[in-house]
Design a protein around this ligand. Structure first.
Ligand code: IPE
Ligand code: IPE
Ligand code: MG
Length: 245
C-alpha cells in the first residue's frame, strides 16, 4: 500500500484540492448533477481524515468559486442547501478527528443560513489542533487579491502605511489566506488541466498534481499517490540541483 511508502518527515504542511468532476460523475450514471455533488461528500470525508491521519496540517478544499454563481439557479441553490446540510452533519466527525474548520472567500455573498452553520461549526471546532480544514466558499483568487488591494490602498490613502511598506509580506498578510502557510501541493481531479482562479498568489511555488479520477470516486489511496508523487520531486525554488545537494 502506498501509505507506508510516504515519508512522514517530508509531508506537505498544506494541501489544496480543486474538487472537480461531480457533474460528469453523475452524468455517467444517468443522474442529475446534484447527485454527483451529494456523492462528493464522502470524498471530502476521506481526504480530510486521510490528511489528519498522516499529519498534514492544513487542507484547503475549493468547494464553490466566484464563477460558480453563474451556474443555473437550481444547481446553485442545491449546492448551498447541500453545503448547509453537510457542515451541520459533519461537525461531529470534525470533532472526532480533531479538525478545526475555517473558511476563505467572500462571506458577503453567502446565504445567511450557510453563514450561520459555518460560524457554528467554526466556533465548535475552534480548539481542535490536529488539522485545519479550510473551505473555499464563494472564493476566487482574483477576488481575494482585489479585496486585499482595496484594504492596502485604503491604509495608504489614510496615511496608516507608506507606499514603501507595500511588499510581498504585506500582501500575504492581507489576503484571506493569511493564517496558513502556502500550499506545497495542489491537486485537481477530473482531468482538467487548469487552476480556475484558485489560490493564484499562494501557488506561486506549489507542486501541481492532476488526476483523471472524478471527485466522488476520490479516496485516501488517491491522496497517498499524490503525496508520493510530490515527495519524488525536486523543489528548486530557482536554484540549481547542485546548490540543493
Ligand atoms: C465540482 O464538480 C464541484 C463544483 C464546482 C461545485 P463540477 O460540478 O464542476 O463537475 P463537472 O466539472 O461539471 O463534472
Ligand atoms: C472549479 O471547478 C471550482 C470548484 C471546484 C469549486 P469548475 O468546474 O467550476 O471549474 P471550470 O469552470 O470548469 O474551470
Ligand atoms: Mg467542473
Amino acid at each position: 500500500m502506498s501509505k507506508e511508502k510516504i515519508d512522514k518527515n517530508r509531508l506537505p504542511k498544506h494541501i489544496a484540492i480543486i474538487m472537480d468532476g461531480n457533474g460528469r460523475w453523475a452524468k455517467e450514471k444517468g443522474k442529475f448533477r446534484i447527485f454527483g455533488h451529494q456523492n462528493g461528500v464522502k470524498a471530502v470525508r476521506e481526504v480530510s481524515e486521510g490528511c489528519a491521519e498522516l499529519g498534514v496540517e492544513c487542507l484547503t478544499l475549493y468547494a464553490f468559486s466566484t464563477e460558480n454563481w453563474n451556474r443555473p439557479k437550481i444547481e446553485v441553490n442545491a449546492l448551498m442547501t447541500l453545503l448547509v446540510k453537510t457542515i451541520k452533519g459533519e461537525t461531529d466527525t470534525l470533532m472526532k478527528n480533531g479538525i478545526k474548520l475555517d473558511a476563505i472567500g467572500d462571506r458577503s455573498t453567502l446565504p445567511v443560513d450557510c453563514l450561520r452553520e459555518l460560524d457554528e461549526a467554526m466556533e465548535a471546532t475552534k480548539d481542535n489542533t490536529r488539522m485545519t480544514l479550510i473551505l473555499a466558499l464563494s472564493y476566487s483568487a482574483k477576488w481575494d487579491i482585489v479585496n486585499a488591494t482595496r484594504i492596502i490602498a485604503q491604509k495608504a490613502a489614510s496615511g496608516e502605511i507608506s507606499i514603501d511598506e507595500v511588499n510581498e509580506d504585506l500582501i500575504n498578510k492581507t489576503l484571506t489566506t493569511h493564517k496558513y502557510p502556502h500550499p506545497e501541493l495542489m491537486i485537481r481531479t477530473s482531468g482538467e488541466l487548469r487552476i480556475s482562479n484558485f489560490l493564484l498568489w499562494e501557488i506561486a511555488y506549489s507542486e501541481l498534481y492532476f488526476t483523471t479520477v472524478l471527485w466522488p470516486d476520490y479516496r485516501k489511496e488517491h491522496l497517498y499517490e499524490a503525496i508520493l508523487d510530490f515527495q519524488s520531486r525536486e523543489r528548486r525554488f530557482g536554484k540549481t540541483s547542485e546548490q540543493l545537494a
